[in-house]
Design a protein around this ligand. Structure first.
Ligand SMILES: Nc1ncnc2c1ncn2[C@@H]1O[C@H](COP(=O)(O)OP(=O)(O)OP(=O)(O)O)[C@@H](O)[C@H]1O
Length: 289
C-alpha cells in the first residue's frame, strides 16, 4: 500500500515574485507503507521544503500530496489530523521545544489529539523510554539540556503521537559520532518494532546506506533519482558531480558484487565489509584487515 505520494509537487517561497525559482520543482514520488527512505541532496537543494509538505506544514504552490491515497488538502480543516499521522522532527530541535518541562513537551502532541490523561501518561513514558530519557530528566526544562538530549525530547514528542509516517530532518546534525549512532539505532529499532514508514533527511551517506531501503536524491529542487540503496549509490559519477560523497560501504559492496558476492549493507559495518573484501581478494584474513 502506498503511504505517501507526491504528484508534480512544486513550491515557490514567494509566489508572484519575478524570476522566483521553485524550491521544489515538479517532484513526483511514491513511498510504500513500511519503507525507510533516505532523502539526500546538497545544502539548499530543497529537501526540507519537500518534506515539510508531507505533513501539511507547507501547502504546495501546485501539485499534490496524497496520504494513503487522499489529497491532504482536500479538506483543509482536517490538516491537523494529517499532522498527527505524519510526524515531523525538525532539523533544529529548538523550533519544536517550548514547554516548561520535558514531560509537558513530550505530552503536547498527544494532548492535542484529545487523548485521556492516562493514555497521555503512558505514551509519554513509552516515548521517553524509547529514546533513553531518564525519569529525572522529565521535570527539567528542555532548554537546560545538551544538544543530544534536546534532540531526544524533540523525537519523543513526535513518537508520542504514534505517527504512521515518521519524518526526521537531519536528526543527528551537530552530535558526536556516539550520539549519532545511538539516535540512528533508536530510529532503526522504532522502524523494526512499529513498521512505520520513515523518511530520513541526512547528509551522512554512510548512515543512509546502512539504514535506508530506498533513497530519494534531490538536486536543485528536482528529483534526480529514487531507487534502492544499491541502485542509487551505484551511480557514483552522478552523485560525485552533485557534490555528494558515495558511501564507502557501497563502493566495497560493488567490488564484492562484481566478484559474485551478494551482501546486505544493513548487516555489515564498513570495517566488516572491508575485511570480507580483503578475504575475497585473498589478501589476508579478518585479523589482517
Ligand atoms: N523560508 C524561506 N524563505 C525563502 N527561501 C527559502 C526559505 N527556506 C528555504 N529557502 C530556500 O529554498 C531553497 C531550498 O531550501 P531547503 O532548506 O529546502 O534546502 P535543504 O536541501 O533542506 O538544505 P539543507 O541541507 O541546508 O537543510 C534554498 O534555496 C533556500 O535558500
Amino acid at each position: 500500500m502506498t503511504a505517501i505520494e507526491t504528484k508534480d509537487l512544486t513550491y515557490l517561497y514567494s509566489r508572484g515574485t519575478p524570476f522566483e525559482k521553485a524550491a521544489v520543482d515538479g517532484v513526483s514520488v511514491s513511498i510504500e507503507e513500511g519503507d525507510f527512505v533516505g532523502v539526500i541532496g546538497h545544502t539548499g537543494s530543497g529537501k526540507s521544503t519537500f518534506i515539510q509538505h508531507l505533513n501539511g506544514l507547507l501547502r504546495p504552490t501546485s501539485g499534490q500530496v496524497l496520504l494513503y491515497g487522499r489529497d491532504i488538502w482536500e479538506e483543509p480543516k482536517k490538516i491537523r489530523e494529517v499532522r498527527f499521522q505524519v510526524g515531523l522532527v525538525f532539523q533544529y530541535p529548538e523550533y519544536q521545544l517550548f514547554e516548561e518541562t520535558v514531560e509537558r513537551d513530550i505530552a503536547f502532541g498527544p494532548s492535542n489529539m484529545g487523548l485521556s490523561p492516562g493514555e497521555i501518561r503512558d505514551r509519554v513514558r513509552e516515548a521517553a523510554d524509547f529514546v533513553g530519557l531518564s525519569p529525572d530528566t522529565m521535570q527539567k526544562s528542555p532548554f537546560e539540556l545538551s544538544g543530544g538530549q534536546k534532540r531526544r525530547v524533540a523525537i519523543a514528542g513526535v513518537l508520542a503521537m504514534r505517527p504512521r509516517v515518521l519524518i526526521l530532518d537531519e536528526p543527528t546534525a551537530g552530535l558526536d559520532p556516539k550520539g549519532r549512532d545511538q539516535i540512528f539505532h533508536e530510529i532503526a529499532q522504532y522502524h523494526g518494532k512499529t513498521g512505520s514508514t520513515i523518511l530520513l533527511v541526512s547528509h551522512s551517506m554512510e548512515d543512509v546506506a546502512k539504514y535506508a531501503k530506498h533513497v530519494l536524491v534531490i538536486n536543485d529542487a528536482r528529483k534526480i533519482a529514487f531507487g534502492t540503496v544499491d541502485e542509487v549509490f551505484s551511480h557514483t559519477g552522478e552523485l560525485v558531480e552533485m557534490g555528494l560523497a558515495v558511501p564507502q560501504i557501497t563502493k566495497i559492496f560493488a567490488q564484492l558484487r562484481a566478484r559474485g558476492f551478494e551482501l546486505s549493507p544493513h548487516v555489515y559495518t564498513v570495517e566488516a565489509a572491508r575485511r570480507e573484501l580483503l578475504r575475497v581478494l585473498g589478501k589476508g584474513g579478518a585479523q589482517d584487515a
